[in-house]
Structure formats: C-alpha cells, structure tokens
Design a binder for this molecule. Structure first.
Ligand code: IPT
Length: 993
C-alpha cells in the first residue's frame, strides 16, 4: 500500500536494552557457529544491544543495513529445506529473514500447542542463528498472509467476541498463544547473546485505530515484555499507531506498489517516494516490513510466472533503489521464498502454490530476481557508510526526464547518486551526464564546483528503459579511495593492503571508474579492454571500458597497496558469491550457488560448499594466503591465475530420468452418496446454539466449524420421511467468499445425482420416481471448504462453513442432518502432519491416502480416466526412487487435461496433501513434492482423490517432472511421519468402527 504523508507527534525516546534476563537462558541452545556479517556478534553468549536512531538499527553500537526477506516455514514442511532457503538468502546478501509464526499451524485445539517436527521453530531459529541471519519475528496473533483465517486457529471461530480487539475470550486465547511462542522467540534473541532474533513485530497491518485497538496493541506489547522479549518492537501499520498508546517503537510501512494483478505484467503503477516519511521520522529509521517482493496469485489467475514478470528485475532495480534513495536502511521483501499452501493452509481465493513470483521459486530454484537481489544485497552490506545518510542536494542530470536523488554520509562524505527516469515506468532509452561535487566542500566564488560525469569525451551514462543506477562517489575502502564510478558497486573485500572490488553494468554500456592516487600507479589490464588515464595534477586514475563479460584490472599503488578491479556485466556479476568465513569475507565466482566458506590458516586452505548445475569453473579470489581448496568436502586441483585467484573445476550433477506413472489402483470414494451408507457414527447436526456471529440464526446449527470440522471436505447426510410431493430442494452452503469463490458442493438423493453447484445456493429439481414416500430417504451433500477468510474486519474469519439452508419445494418434510468431516475433528488422528492435512473425504478418513494401506484388492487403472458419473474416485500408485546421492532434484507432480473438465483433485504424497487441483478453474498444473516428503531413496506412495462434480470429469494424465537438478552440499532428511499401520488403531477408534 502506498502511504500518504504522515505527521509525527512527540519524539520517541531512543531505545536501548541490555538483556538482564539471563535466567531465560537456562534452556538456551549452544552459541552461534558463525558471526553475523556486518555485526560484531561474538560466539560467547554475551548479551548484545539493539538500538536505533533516525538513520538505522545499531547492534552493539554498530550500524547495520537490514536487508531482509519473508519466508514462511509452515509453507515448507521439510525442515532440511528451511536450511536451504536460509542459506540461499544469506548467500544473496540478505542479513535478515522475516518470519510469521502461524498460531493455527501450532494449535489444533484450545490449549494444545505443537512445536515438534515440521513445527519445530526452535530448530528454525537455531538455523537462522547458525547461518548468521537476523530474524524479524512476527507472531501475530494475526498474520493475514493469504492463509486460512489469516493464521487464526480455526477453533477461534467457535469463540465469542470480535478478534483483534480486547474482547475477553479472544484476549485469553491469543495471550495463551503468545505465552507459548514468546517463550521460544525470547530464548533466541540477539539481546540474550543466544540467537539472532533482532526485532519483534506487534500484530499485523492493523488499520483500525481507535481506543480499543490502541489498548489491544499495547496489551500485546506489554505481554511481549512480560514474556521476556527485549528486542525493539516494530509495526507495519502504515499511518496507524505511530505515537501514543499501542504504538510500537519502530513503525513501518508496507507497500505493494504494483498490487496483485499478474494478468498485465507490464503494467506499472506510480512509484511512491517515501522521502517525506523519512523526513518526518525523528527517532526511527525508515522501515519497510513488507515491500513488494512478488505477488500472490488467485484461483483462475495468470500463474506465478506472470507475477514474477510483473515484479521482475526492472521493478526490483527501480523500486528498491528508490527506497534506498529515500533513506531507508531497513527493507524486507514479501516474499523472498513463498512455498506452498500444502494441505488446507490457503485462505479462500489462493491456490496451492504460494510461489509468489518471488526471488526464489517454490521449487527452491534461483531466478534472475534473486541475482538482482544479490547485487543489491552485497552492495548494502559492503558499503557501510550507506547506513547513515542525509539527502544531498545536487544539480539535475543534463538529460531531461531523468533525476538524480543523491545522499551523503555526513561523517565521511561518501555519496550515493540514484539516477533513473523521473517517470519510473518510462521505457525511454536516455543518455546523460550527472553532476558530482568531487572535491567535497570545494567552492568557486561561493558556488559548489560540479564535474560532469562521465568525463571521458563521447561517453555518457545510459538509462535504457525501466532502469535505475546507484553511482558511488567519495568512498574509501581498504587502502583505496574511489572518486566515483558509473558502474554499480557490488562489493569489495580487503586483506592486508590488498583489495578486490567488484563492479557491474548492463552488457554493452560504458563504464567509467576514477580512483585517487598520489603518484602514478602501475595499471595492468588482465582481461578485457580497459583504457586508463592518470591525471597527475588531480591525482586521479580514470578507467574507461564497456561492460562485457569480465574485465580485470590490477592496480599497484606506489605505496605497495594493490587493487584488483573486477568489471562485470550483469550476467557475469551474478556468477559471483560473497560469503562470510572465519577469516573474513571471501569471494568466489562460478558455481550456481556457494553456501558456506571456511578458511584454515594452518594449512592455508579454504573449504567451500555449494551447488552446481553443470561442470564448470570455480574461481576463488584470495586476498589472503589460501593455497588450496576443497569443494563439498573434496580437495580440488587449482591453478593460480594472473589475478592472484585460484582456479578450479567442479563437477555437475548426474542426469535423472523419472519413472512414468502408468500403473494405478483405483477405488470409488463416495459411498456416503448411496442410500444404504451407514452414518450412525456421525455427529448429529443438532446443536441448538452457536457463538458464531455470522450464523443466520436458525436452529439447529449446521456450521461445520461448530462440530470441530474445520478443514477440507465435509459430508452432510439428511434423513427425511418423504411425502412423495417433493419437487425440488433449495440448498445453501457457505464456502468462504474472500477473493472469489471456487468452492463447490455435490448433492445426491437416495443415491441419485441431483447436481453440483459452485456458488452458495441453488434449487435442485427432484424426479418423483427417486422418492420413497413414507419411508426413510436420504439427501447426501459433499461440500468443499476453500478455507476460512482472513480477518480484515468484523470477525469475518468466523464466517460459517457448510450447509445453512435446506428447503423442500412441495413438502414440509423435516430433515434430520448428520455431519462428518476430517476424522476426529479437532482431535485429528495424525498429529505429525497436523490439523491442515486431512479433510473429510471417505478415503481421507479411511487412510487411503497413507503409505502402507493395502490397495491390492483395488482395480487396476490407467490414466487419463473419464468419469461416467459424478462422485469421488481414488487412485494410488507406488514409485520407488533412487536418485543420485549428493544431488538436490526438486520434483513436481503434474496433472494434464486436454481441456477443462468438471473435476477437482487432491494430490497426496506419502500421506501429505500437497495439492488441490481444479481442472475447470486452474491455473496450477505442477505441484511441488517437497524433498523430504518425497523420498529420494526408497518407496513413495502417491494417492489422488478425484472428485467429479458431473459426469465427464475424471482424472487427467499424471506424471512426475524434474524442476531442477544440482549437485549439492545440502543434506535432505526424510520427514518422519506415520503410515497406515501406525494410525490404523486410532482411525478405527475415532470412526467408531
Ligand atoms: C499484507 C499482509 O500483511 C501480508 O500478510 C500479506 O497478506 C500481504 O499483504 C499480501 O500478500 S496486507 C496489505 C496488502 C494490505
């Protein structure tokens, strides 16, 4: 959301806490394995300070630029992969990760909390600490996030009082949640010296500011403090809760400038300049808790590729740089890795993939957006003066339509010029000169002396289309003094008088870099074409070149210092990796990903770990004394290059072919539709009252949430004594209305199909020959559940689900309803996979989805299949995989239909529901099977429930597809979960059989 300008009240006290609650540390895990880059964290458990002023956050008094991305562990149900995502983020220069903790994901019923297995957030926070990445903790209680109920546990729907207020029942419920989650967060705080939690967010985008919500916000803050949270409290409430009661210490602005319509990926909205917010903030940095990192997609939407295009590299360049230009030192991108809405995690409107068009794909593959993030991430981490800047008034660029927003570090004079089209969306190809005050402070007749940059005749700075460039000037690094560069700065590393700097630009565009030297330095061009010119009077060395591949210039100063300048084009810059090591940062070029670096000074070796997609070069830039390398634990041969680097070769992965899925077992899966089905163990839907404010008032209550059936499909069976005059029945069903409704319900009378309806209410005609006058007749209704609404306002997350209206035409026969959803309701049989995994289809209740279920009596089948009638049909197959070890091979299950057909399907891998497919809605066809749920070495069970809402449905072609293939150091453990035999007893007990 773009924010209007804000007015701030009285000054907020600068805040500083040294944690004294060392008692809390009793259960704290061991100390950080590696120090955080850019923050002097010691691996000794000593407490640290987290403070802030109007420029930036400070850890132990040292400024940091917080460059962070959102990641939801609950959308990646395989803990080994959490490490993968965190390592990938860290490798791209992120020093922060923003994490929503999902109340409903941990609490299947009141008073019960689960923090084990895929819910082990202690483990997650340990990983973040070990990877050296700060955490912005966001425990809600409300989180939104396009998840069921916006993260509220579904059981909250059966409580009184409006959520996100001080209503007593809600207050008691959320405080209990906070007690549990705060205890975990508290023991991972930077301030305790035991973890990397840096900030704690209070609530989420609460835009209703009144006396009650102020009290509510303050209650959450007080609760956090009482629970031992000592890091600064932050908010993302835009213009709300800025001062006074309930105001978090560091307010924040969420902004999605391109919003969420991915159907027109070329459409840009106006760029909102947050400079005025920056100026208005007197005591806090300009913080973006959520700046657009992609866009979620909706049922029937354009697909994630379009969302990635909409929010692609040009968007990142122009908008993220504009935020830096506005003076922000705290940016978090929502999302950096999106993941999947496995099970029933989605809120109404969004489908299984929550890829979000983010920098890292749901399959965990890196994208061009990631490369761009990396260039900026390294820049903000490596150029320390950026964390404290003021606006610098400058002369506008020579070319009209371009602007230069400049900033300066008031202490050391480092300048940053941000050059782009004034109309951010302009696609003009412009060339310009910018004006720089190169001798800071120097004036002529009282006027600032400006130099036109670039200085080389017949060259210019090019802004071709939706682009933006940050030009660095007056920057001292290592033993060097940069006057300016029209290439962009990616990073530098230094050691003992030797410096290496990496700069980049668009392929084919000119670059000019000027450095200061007292005496003529020795310039050796090692690669590429670079012209150099030393101006003895000015004491400057000017280099001119065109960005193309990688140029290398070695510059030896008369004083014995040396600088290796690496001048790359964008694509080449993306092949560089900077990693922290115990001996300071190292720079590596070549592989797909470098995850870890460690240096041993005793044997002058470096151990590198990472991923490669193919055989190729690995180059280690060595400012120190490293002489040998290992890659993923094995020594690799090296040669020394003229750049002084070590060059080696790394292997690529072995190719893989996946088995075809051509042998299926099948069984009909909707016996509830039949007249003789025995429903005596089902709950009678006869509650006389509900606390749900949205129930329309009539009794008895049929809302499935009131019976503890919160997720997935629900069956209703209604018995009635027919008069014989029933000519039709009007049925109404709640299915979640937010963002459009793609729910459906299917109806049978005495086993005869009456129809399906995708909207809330419909008249179904009754053929008199289907009735049994005077006898027991049965209506059967199967209802899909698209999830609980997010809680935008008025308690709408509590909107009921399931049947609400059933009225005969031609008869007033009374119907007595029974209801059956997921087995056990809130007391589900499978605590490991948890409350979002199972719905109420017959096969889900009978364990047909589980590995180890004996399907030998089922019929053989091949796919695609066409259903002769409406109903549910189950398919199962077993696939044994033996993928090459030491490789990470993301695999998806793909469903293809030649054309849209009336059916939807649940996709279940080894008992984990990882996909909801709707043939006639779309758009998703490929469903990630997260590694660890899918066993790379051993048997796998795939189960698919196909629900034809009319004849002519049926399950399409099903195949496994490879989404990527890397050789890797990542270790992926299978996620332990029960099979059929483990749950058989509990299932029988729960179903009353
Ligand atoms: C913002 C939410 O805070 C976040 O949880 C997520 O839902 C995001 O939107 C969209 O993906 S709310 C803002 C768009 C009003």
């Amino acid at each position: 959301m773009d924010s209007g300008s804000i007015a701030l009240g009285g000054p907020r006290a600068r805040w500083c806490v040294r944690a004294v609650l060392l008692a809390l540390l009793a259960t704290a895990p061991c100390m950080p394995a590696r120090a955080l880059e850019g923050a002097p964290l010691q691996a000794n458990g000593a407490s640290h300070t987290v403070t802030y002023d109007r420029y930036s956050l400070l850890v132990d008094g040292k400024r940091i630029y917080l460059w962070s991305g959102s990641f939801h562990y609950w959308r990646l149900p395989s803990p080994s992969l959490w490490k993968d995502v965190l390592q990938k983020m860290k490798a791209a220069g992120y020093n922060g990760v923003e994490i929503y903790f999902h109340w409903g994901f941990h609490s299947p019923r009141p008073g019960v909390y689960d923090f084990s297995g895929i819910r082990d957030v202690d483990r997650l926070l340990d990983m973040a600490r070990d990877e050296g990445i700060y955490v912005i903790a966001r425990p809600g209680p409300y989180i939104n996030a396009e998840t069921d109920g916006g993260g509220f546990p579904a059981w909250l729907a059966a409580t009184t009082g409006k959520p996100r207020t001080t209503a007593p029942e809600y207050t008691a419920a959320y405080k209990d949640w906070l007690t549990h989650i705060d205890a975990i967060i508290a023991r991972h705080q930077v301030t305790n010296g035991t973890g990397s939690v840096l900030l704690y967010q209070v609530e989420n985008e609460l835009y209703t500011e009144n006396d009650d919500t102020r009290r509510y916000m303050q209650d959450i803050a007080d609760k956090a403090r009482a629970d031992g949270i000592t890091v600064p409290l932050t908010g993302n409430h835009n213009d709300n809760f800025l001062t006074g009661l309930g105001a978090p210490q560091i307010p924040g602005f969420d902004s999605y400038p391109l919003d969420f319509d991915c159907t027109q990926p070329d459409r840009w909205n106006k760029l909102y300049d947050f400079s005025s917010e920056r100026m208005a903030l007197k005591d806090t940095p300009l913080f973006f808790p959520e700046y657009q990192g992609g866009a979620f997609d909706q049922w029937g939407g354009a697909g994630n590729a379009k969302c990635r295009e909409l929010t692609g590299v040009p968007f990142e360049r122009v908008f993220y740089k504009a935020n830096i230009a506005a003076g922000s030192t705290m940016q978090n991108f929502y999302m950096t890795y999106g993941g999947i809405n496995w099970g029933y995690l989605a809120s109404p409107g969004v489908y299984t993939s929550y890829d979000y068009g983010a920098a890292i794909e749901a399959s965990r593959k890196l994208t061009a957006k990631y490369d761009q993030q990396k260039m900026l991430g390294y820049f903000v981490q490596s150029v320390a003066p950026l964390a404290k800047t003021e606006r610098l008034p400058v002369r506008p660029p020579t070319q009209q339509g371009l602007r230069d927003d400049a900033r300066i570090n008031p202490d050391d004079g480092t300048q940053f010029h941000f050059v782009r089209h004034a109309d951010a969306a302009s696609k003009a190809d412009d060339s310009t000169h910018v004006w720089m005050n190169l001798a800071a402070g120097e004036t002529e007749g009282g006027k600032v002396v400006y130099t036109s940059v670039p200085q080389q005749p017949d060259t210019a700075l090019r802004i071709n289309g939706r682009d933006s460039k940050i030009l660095l000037a007056h920057y001292r690094f290592g033993s060097q003094d940069l006057v300016y560069s029209t290439s962009e700065w990616m990073t530098q590393i230094s050691s003992g008088g030797r410096d290496i700097a990496l700069l980049y630009g668009r392929n084919g565009e000119d670059g000019e870099t000027v450095l200061r030297y007292k005496a003529a330095p020795q310039v050796r061009v090692l690669a590429g074409q670079v012209a150099s010119h030393f101006d003895a009077k000015a004491g400057t060395l000017r280099l001119n070149y065109r960005h193309d591949g990688l140029a290398r210039v070695l510059i030896g100063g008369a004083d014995g210092t040396s600088l290796l300048l690496l001048l790359a084009d964008d694509a080449t810059a993306a092949t560089f990796w900077q990693l922290p090591s115990n001996e300071g940062p190292v720079l590596v070029r070549g592989p797909y990903l470098v995850r870890e670096a460690a240096v041993s000074t005793t044997d002058a070796s470096a151990s590198l770990k990472g991923d490669a997609t193919r055989p190729g070069e690995l180059e280690f830039f060595n400012p120190g004394t490293v002489k040998s390398l290992s890659w993923n634990g094995r020594a690799i041969g090296t040669s020394v290059t003229p750049s002084g680097s070590l060059l080696a070769q790394v292997d690529g992965p072995l190719p893989v072919t996946l088995p075809t899925l051509d042998r299926w077992k099948t069984h009909a899966g909707s016996p509830e539709a039949g007249p003789r089905f025995d429903d005596h163990t089902w709950a009678r839907a006869n509650l006389a009252s509900t606390k749900n404010p949205y129930w329309d008032g009539h009794s008895p209550i049929w809302n499935s949430d009131d019976y503890g059936f919160h997720h997935g499909a629900v069956w209703y069976r209604g018995h009635f004594k027919a008069t014989g005059h029933e000519t039709g029945i009007i049925l109404g069903v709640y299915m979640g209305v937010h963002l459009g409704n793609h729910g459906v319900f299917t109806v049978w009378l005495n086993g005869h199909y009456l129809g399906s309806n995708p909207s809330s209410s419909q008249l179904f005609n009754i053929d008199p020959s289907w009735l049994q006058p005077g006898k027991d007749n049965v209506l059967a209704v199967l209802v899909d559940n698209m999830g609980h609404n997010q809680e935008e306002r008025n308690g709408v997350s509590k909107e009921p689900h399931g049947l609400y209206k059933a009225t005969f035409l031609g008869s007033d026969a009374a119907i007595s309803w029974s209801i059956q959803g997921n087995l056990g309701g809130e007391d589900g049989v499978d605590a490991v996979r948890g409350p979002f995994n199972d719905g109420g289809l017959y096969g889900e209740r009978e364990g047909w989805s589980l590995p180890g279920f004996d399907d030998s009596s089922w019929k053989d089948a091949t796919l695609p299949a066409t259903a002769a009638e409406a109903g549910v049909q189950w398919y199962r197959t077993n696939v044994t995989l033996d993928l090459p070890t030491g490789q990470d091979i993301p695999i998806a299950l793909k469903i293809d239909d030649a054309s849209e057909r009336p059916y939807r399907a649940l996709i279940i891998i080894n008992g984990w529901q990882v996909g909801r497919y709707i043939s006639d809605v779309g758009p998703q066809h490929e469903f990630e099977l997260p590694a660890g749920l899918l066993h790379a070495h051993g048997p796998n069970t795939i189960a698919i429930a196909s629900w034809s809402t009319a004849a002519g449905g049926g399950l399409g072609k099903v195949s496994l597809v490879v989404q990527g293939n890397v050789i890797t150091s990542l270790k992926i453990d299978d996620v332990a979960a029960p099979g059929y035999r483990d749950l058989e007893g509990k299932m029988k007990a729960s179903s009353g059989r």
